[in-house]
Ligand binder design. Structure first.
Ligand code: NAP
Length: 461
């Protein structure tokens, strides 16, 4: 792991750096969070829900500052950074509005006596998050666990430490009690120690297969429940009857949003033969129309990648894809700038023996496949070790639903690209991980479903 440093990928300038915590700071954080968990056990979720509302209002107030910090650290367009803050405000409000109701005890009809299960907090949660949505990834874990009563320790990605610090500061300024969200610049070995600590009861990671496998192994070794939100190689299936306008609208930012650095970005366009040329032309129009520049400027539509390392990794992957037989249908012109810019590229003729066939390419690379029929489209969509999101574009909704049900994936959007909202579950299958975040499902991720049953009548018989 590199050290925790804020580097502007547009200029390559380092503007902040942070040290790992001392053993004493880690111990103090664990003690603080654990004490809060014990205190919260005696309080109703409704009191925390009210605080979530105040935190949401604080993020509204600080939207500009939060968004700008994210843009400076990882290069996303400022307009998208603001959208990210808005999405987070929606998530905070969702759990504020619905959390207390969703946490009510659940009655269990049974042959013995009155029974129900309580939904209780379990303890401190260790969240390990990636840089691509520096605030959203944090709030996805923080908001549900806050209302449940599970304090959170955060180990954010090494390249977004300033966003992590600001997010924690805003949460605190919104009235969250000390210990609710503690940001720690942990090394990997310090993270291992924290996960092993008996006060930590859950581990949530969003990130790559590599990071996920390592942290899940450690959580498993210590018998800690975990959720893993990992990578994707999502299929965007275009059926013959797709409405051209709907198709174009769905395509418009399916592979360009966040410069293609979205886990659910439509990385594989799987197109019925009679629509193949149209999709290639649409994608070429979208990519060639982008304007590179400073992500803080409104006119910029092609910002830099998150870092030079991300740019270099993607370039190597594209090189390997082409060496493996993929053809370049389109490539954006040279960009003469020092920043971490990647030229958007459309690849075709990707075959199963290509080394990149089953690899996630995290950036502006669009792979377009031509298939002869729907069965081949579904088989190709499922021929992946990932299973996170997907799209089906068709004018026949009933039929699109049938196709959706045949895809081995965690999420499918009909006639649209990927989506996220507090009310909708997010997560995948296969190497895209396990567990769900957001929605009622995400609320239950680290809940103790505590059974209580009255056996009195049985004992009196
Ligand atoms: P990453 O390298 O796995 O990093 C994610 C987090 O895990 C970071 O905090 C990272 O810390 C930490 N980490 C990585 N390896 C670790 C290890 N061996 N031990 C302990 N901690 C470790 O992922 P990324 O490259 O930053 O993020 C991009 C990936 O995230 C893509 O694959 C994307 O698809 C996926 N993603 C998934 C979702 C989803 O919901 N499914 C959402 C967004 C992104 P350092 O930064 O310090 O290394």
């Amino acid at each position: 792991m590199a050290k925790y440093e804020s580097v502007n990928p547009y200029t390559n300038e380092v503007f902040a750096s942070y040290e790992n915590p001392t053993d004493q700071q880690i111990e103090e954080s664990l003690a603080l969070a654990h004490a809060l968990y014990k205190k919260w056990r005696h309080e109703e979720p409704s009191s925390r829900a009210a605080i979530l509302k105040d935190i949401a209002a604080k993020f509204q107030e600080k939207e500009e500052e939060m968004a700008k910090t994210m843009t400076l650290e990882m290069g996303k367009k400022l307009s998208e950074a603001k959208e990210e803050v808005e999405i987070c405000i929606g998530i905070l409000n969702y759990y504020a509005d619905h959390g207390p109701e969703l946490l009510k005890p659940v009655d269990l009809p049974n042959p013995y006596g009155r029974a129900y299960y309580l939904k209780q907090a379990t303890g401190v949660i260790m969240a390990c998050e990636p840089w691509n949505f520096p605030l959203y990834q944090v709030i996805r874990v923080f908001a549900p666990n806050f209302v449940v009563g599970n304090p959170m320790l955060l180990k954010h990605a090494h390249n977004v430490p300033s966003s992590a610090a600001l997010a924690a500061k805003i949460v605190k300024s919104g009235g969250a009690p000390e210990g609710s969200l503690l940001n720690l610049y942990l090394s990997y070995s310090q993270l291992d120690q924290v996960i092993a600590d008996p006060r930590v009861q859950g581990v949530a990671l969003t990130g790559s297969e590599r990071g996920g496998a390592s942290v899940a192994e450690n959580a498993g070794k210590n018998l800690k429940k975990s959720t893993m939100e990992l990578g994707g190689n999502d299929a965007f299936i275009v059926l013959s009857d797709a409405d051209p306008a709907v198709l174009k609208a769905a395509l418009s930012d399916a592979r360009t949003y966040n410069n293609g650095q979205v886990c659910t970005s439509s990385k594989r366009m799987i197109v019925l033969a009679d629509r193949y040329e149209e999709v290639l032309a649409d994608m070429k129009e979208i990519y060639s129309g982008l304007k590179w520049g400073d992500p803080l400027e409104d006119s910029t539509t092609l910002p830099p990648m998150s870092s030079q390392a991300a740019k270099e990794k993607l370039a190597k992957q594209v090189e390997a894809a082409v060496a493996g037989g993929a053809k370049v249908y389109y490539e954006y012109p040279e960009i003469d700038a020092p920043g971490a810019f990647s030229r958007p590229i459309i690849l075709t003729d990707m075959t199963k023996d290509n080394p990149m066939f089953d690899q996630e390419m995290f950036g502006p690379v669009c792979v377009v496949y031509k298939v002869k029929d729907e069965a081949e489209a579904i088989a190709l969509a499922n021929d992946s070790s990932y299973g996170l999101g997907s799209s089906v574009i068709s004018s026949d909704i009933k039929h699109a639903e049938e196709v959706a049900s045949q895809i081995e994936t965690g999420m499918t959007v009909i006639n649209g690209r990927w989506i996220t909202d507090g009310s909708l579950p997010f997560g995948g299958v296969k190497k895209s991980g396990y567990g769900r975040e957001l929605s009622p499902l995400g609320l239950n991720a680290f809940v103790n479903e505590h059974l209580v049953i009255d056996f009195t009548d049985q004992n009196q018989q």
